[in-house]
Design a binder for this molecule. Structure first.
Ligand code: SF4
Length: 389
């Protein structure tokens, strides 16, 4: 098993973790400072919910997204006012800004002139788009910015709806590849593609077909995934099915919830698949009839006490002695509880036994010491690394 860095600082050998599959080889492109494609870590995107024309509100939301770990942000451009706001937003945003264009090809040119890092177009929603592809390709190429061809089930090209009857995986893929071919005629291949559907099964199949038929980087998304709980599960299932086969180069979780929540979910999906180094990870048992402490409360208190810790640390919070000592020993730090006491483990060794009332503060104390030691040792935080299996 070989660990390879992906353009980021290398992790120490004991922190290199296995992944389920090597990335599907793709063309590479740059969205501003963020590389997208198989040579780069899978990136996390979100989309502003503010009116783009409200520059201050949009920049404020972009700042919040940046702080949460978002790497690329998209803004909607439905009106002239929004297009006019793009230069200020592109200039002041800390992360690359993608302009999302439907219906109006002239906004594509405005976004390119505004200095946006990329433009997303939806072939099904841009009238007379095909006539303008040559000019879009020429201008985007001159500015060095990529185009995302973003096909959505809800706005599939009418010709393909008529041919397939509904937004099947084949219809989504044909729409995307048809649009790509128009750009290719003008020698423009700085393209990434999305084929989104609200049904994870259709979506997964569409991306699998697409991955077989082109080498463009793919932007994964389950569109209109729903409120936070449902959308998180749909996205995790669909992204997991694709990313576990190496398919997917940048992701956007779509939730009917504040966009920062989308970023948190996206990051967690990547961490779960070892496509990003794990940060703080709480390994806590579900509790059962054998529990001798309130595991939920303990896990919540430890999680709250360690919130914001920026080093990779696995902390086990276990309710009894059945699996407790084993899990606690495997973690960087852990507690196995029982009989009103907690055995505290650090790096596999029991360092002390404390009364139940002192479990939380002892764990937090020891976690801070481990975090300081990791920082002193120069362990990179947030540095993606992938191992080939
Ligand atoms: S660790 Fe103990 S309390 Fe927790 S689920 Fe397992 S058996 Fe139950």
């Amino acid at each position: 098993m070989t660990g390879i860095g992906l353009g980021m600082p290398s992790l120490p050998a004991d922190r290199v973790t296995p992944v389920l599959a090597p990335r599907r080889p793709t063309r590479q492109l740059m969205v501003g400072s963020v590389g997208v494609g198989s040579d780069h870590p899978v990136s996390v995107q979100s989309m502003c919910t503010t009116k783009t024309a409200d520059v201050n509100a949009t920049l404020q939301q972009i700042a919040e997204l940046t702080a949460s770990g978002c790497q690329i942000v998209r803004v909607a451009v439905p009106d002239t006012d929004d297009a006019e706001a793009l230069p200020a937003i592109a200039r002041k945003s800390q992360i690359p800004v993608i302009a999302d264009i439907h219906f109006q090809p002239r906004y594509v040119f405005a976004a390119i002139d505004a200095g946006c890092a990329a433009v997303r177009v939806n072939p099904g929603n841009i009238r007379k788009f095909d006539d303008q592809v040559g000019e879009i390709a020429r201008r985007a190429s001159a500015a060095g910015i990529p185009i995302r061809i973003g096909v959505n089930a809800g706005s599939l090209d009418k010709r393909l709806l008529a041919k397939y009857g509904k937004a099947t995986p084949e219809a989504l893929v044909e729409s995307a590849l048809w649009e790509c071919s128009l750009f290719e005629e003008h020698d423009f291949r700085d393209i990434k593609i999305s084929v989104k559907h609200n049904d994870p099964v259709v979506m997964v199949r569409a991306y699998e077909l697409l991955a077989e038929q082109c080498d463009y980087p793919l932007h994964l998304g389950v569109t209109e995934a729903g409120p936070a709980f449902q959308g998180t599960i749909k996205s995790a299932v669909a992204f997991g099915a694709l990313l576990s086969k190496g398919i997917g180069d940048t992701i956007r979780v779509s939730l009917s919830a504040p966009p920062v929540e989308e970023v948190k979910v996206g990051l967690q999906i990547l961490e779960s698949l070892n496509l990003r180094p794990r940060g703080l990870e709480i390994v806590s048992c579900p509790s059962c009839g054998r529990a001798q402490v309130d595991v939920y409360k303990l896990a919540d208190q430890v999680t709250a006490g360690l919130e914001g810790l920026d080093v990779p640390l696995r902390v086990a919070v276990m309710g009894c002695v059945v699996n407790g000592p084993g899990e606690a020993r495997e973690a960087d730090l852990g507690v196995a509880s029982g009989n009103g006491k907690g055995q505290i483990f650090v790096k596999g060794e029991v360092i002390r036994t404390v009364p139940e009332s002192q479990i939380v503060e002892t764990l937090i104390d020891e976690a801070m010491k481990l975090a300081d030691a990791l920082r002193d040792a120069g362990t990179p935080s947030g540095a993606p690394s992938v191992s080939l299996v």
